[in-house]
Design a protein around this ligand. Sequence first.
Ligand SMILES: Nc1ncnc2c1ncn2[C@@H]1O[C@H](COP(=O)(O)OP(=O)(O)OP(=O)(O)O)[C@@H](O)[C@H]1O
Ligand SMILES: [Mg+2]
Length: 393
Amino acid sequence: MDDWTPELHRRYHRLRVLGHGAFGEVVAAVDRATGQRVAVKRVFSRAGTAAGAALREARALRALRHPNVVALLDATAEGPCLHLVQELCATDLSRLLDATYGQLPAPVAKALMRQLLAALAACHGAGLMHRDVKPSNLLLGFDGCLKLGDFGLARAVAGGEGSPGGSPEDSGPAEAADAAAEAEAAAAAEPTADADADADSPPSAPGSPAYSPAVATRWYRAPELLFGASKYDGAAVDVWGAGAVFAEMLGLCPLAPGASDIGQLALLQRLLGQITPRSWPGVEKLPDWGKVRFDPPEGGDPGSGGADPAEFARAGLAGALPDAGSDALDLLASLLSYLPAGRPSAAQALADPYFQNPPAPAEASEVAAFAAAALSTHARAERALGALAALGG
Ligand SMILES: Nc1ncnc2c1ncn2[C@@H]1O[C@H](COP(=O)(O)OP(=O)(O)OP(=O)(O)O)[C@@H](O)[C@H]1O
Ligand SMILES: [Mg+2]
């Protein structure tokens, strides 16, 4: 038994569940009227937070039209639920990396990274920060194009020209506005709203933005958030996330899989060097700075000693990713700069020599072919394992 409403069943033929998220499930379906394959994300709004997150997603997606951002086809509210109907994608980067047994071919990694940065440049140019860049939120279309998805934590950059609500002449689905208004009313009326990402209500005073640090999944979370920053550059937070994803594409495992925020900071410092006011001017002003003492990493303390912190970080990345090219490591080191202002913008990163140097980025059709082969090999291996388990059991 599924929990779709009769109205959803009337409009869409349900195929199968694609994924479960924090607030609901995503189902592959076919639009009965048009025959188009879609992904229906049903967001339960038992708590006002869920409605708020979905509302943000609807607004953010409506405002953007970009080949590397998942298209929102429709958004409707039914009672306490929001339904976001998106273009159907083939898989996500997390699943692709899981299914990649050898290395991700360098041209494929380059193509995916270029598209991720292009998506972020478009978001940031439109005044939106995504705030949850991670492999499972990077979808791969059937044509081999990467699509940034899951805008549940997205919000407008204070002072940015765009907003998740879009402009009045925005050509997005008309129902989305109604759904948004309904959900907003539901969220406002909800007295038991949890204090999650919704707690970062829009800045009360213009020019003094305060955001929640509890955004982005820990392994991809920028260090300023780990130190509790509530005033931060959301675009730089996204660029850090893109760096963590890049490292995972190059090494096929998470760069810093911390089990807690403190563990995350410890792992990062082991790799990139000690965080000190010398390696990161201004860190001492962050709310959680100094609350925990971290041991200096092996091989010295470049943060306070004579060694160059940037060189230490670059060497740490080279050690962790021995197969990565030198130009890829240079780009990665810049994306993962501790100092937020030291990170390039997504648009600047797109101009990095890495993208000009050989090998050329793979064509979308090559990415699609690689993904199809990797996923089918992986599915066969899983089936074989299942058969073995059945024999054993
Ligand atoms: N348009 C789509 N096409 C194909 N698969 C999708 C699509 N949207 C989402 N998925 C799948 O469903 C998963 C969860 O979707 P999504 O990230 O949007 O939900 P979420 O509730 O925000 O999840 P989380 O909280 O884990 O980030 C994705 O990781 C992906 O595997
Ligand atoms: Mg997600």
